[in-house]
Design a protein around this ligand. Structure first.
Ligand SMILES: [Zn+2]
Length: 342
């Protein structure tokens, strides 16, 4: 279910509501009113609001300390307490095209950003910051815009469906040939089209982590937040250039045509399922190539619709066309099924 697109209300009007609220609260009386709608990003609005909240919190506390809470009527107190909640609700109205969690996340990431300079000194901190950065940017643009882009991508995938199906069938045949050749008594003399590469690929059972060092386990499959509907794969934030390995052996198909994935590799596995590795800075496995589990297939990057270097990996069960993101399954479950301890 798409809870984002289900909400339909005039976004522009709600934005203006929040902006004017911020202006009234922060600018001195008589100051020239400037129209900030076009220059203030939502993140900035959230930041300003966060400061306003902090200031009103402090003032509220100071007033209570000076006056003594006994002297404030319960009505006054409830008004004081109601301010932050009302403000938060206003922000959420302004961010109506996202979930409440994402709206709060935007405010939180802005606050986090303020101290990022202090903590981003070692490698771990840099990785964490890149996760924050990617979420912050993914949150920009409306759900409707993201949905439209994905709809266009799904059309592209649909257009290449027949071609991918043929490739997958050919790959399955090759893997079957290789299996037969490997099982045949040596020197049997039967003609086989299996190449040494094919034989090597089917000889490697088991699985591999797609990234082996310098990475984080990021957003999970079906997480909700800044995505068009939900997160359709597993993220591994890692620096650009981090090697990416095939999770299981198989044959490389044509990359998905979906523009979101940027430079990507799709591998058809012997179980009939397939994996997709997105946002690469470079791919080093060519279409039609047989690869072993753990073989280098490319490098982490941030191509396609990605903000911040990370590997986004998807898994498709047998019969599902690679790239049909809304029919993808949990990559972690597949990794575990081939023996990867994650
Ligand atoms: Zn992802």
């Amino acid at each position: 279910m798409n809870k984002f697109s289900a909400i339909k209300s005039p976004r522009r009007a709600a934005d203006d509501l929040v902006i004017s609220k911020v202006e009234v609260t922060t600018e001195p009386a008589g100051a020239p009113r400037r129209r900030r709608t076009s220059t203030l990003s939502r993140g900035m609005v959230a930041g300003v609001l966060a400061s306003v909240l902090a200031v009103s919190g402090v003032l509220g506390w100071a007033a209570t300390s000076l006056d003594g809470s006994e002297e404030m009527s319960s009505e006054q107190l409830s008004i004081e307490l109601a301010i932050p909640e009302a403000a938060v609700l206003s922000v959420e109205k302004g961010f109506e095209d996202r979930s409440q969690a994402a709206s709060r996340g935007a405010v939180r990431s802005n606050l986090t950003e303020a101290v990022a300079g202090e903590v981003a000194k070692d490698r771990d901190a840099v990785l964490d910051a890149s996760v924050e950065e990617s979420h912050k940017h993914e949150a920009e643009g409306s759900a409707a815009e993201r949905e439209a882009l994905m709809a266009a991508d799904m059309e592209l995938v649909k257009a290449q469906e027949a071609k991918l199906k043929k490739e997958a069938e050919a790959a399955a045949l090759r893997l079957e040939e290789a299996r037969k050749a490997a099982e045949a008594p040596s020197g049997g003399g039967s003609a086989t089209s299996a190449t040494a590469e094919d034989l090597a690929a089917i000889s490697s059972s088991g699985g591999s982590m797609p990234v082996k060092s310098n990475y984080r386990v990021g957003a999970r499959f079906q997480a909700t937040g800044s995505w068009s509907r939900y997160h359709t794969g597993q993220d591994f934030p890692a620096p650009t250039g981090t090697p990416i390995y095939a999770v299981a052996s198989g044959i490389v198909l044509s990359p998905t045509a979906g523009g979101w994935a940027g430079t990507n590799v799709v591998i058809q596995h012997s179980n009939g399922g397939s994996t997709l590795y997105a946002h690469m800075s470079k791919r080093v496995a060519g279409t039609g190539q047989a690869v072993k589990a753990g073989q280098l297939i490319g490098y982490v990057g941030t191509t396609g619709r990605s903000f911040g270097a990370h590997l986004h990996m998807e898994y498709y069960k047998p019969g599902v066309t690679p790239g049909k993101v809304y029919e993808a399954s949990d990559p972690i479950a597949f990794m575990r099924s081939v023996g990867v301890n994650i």
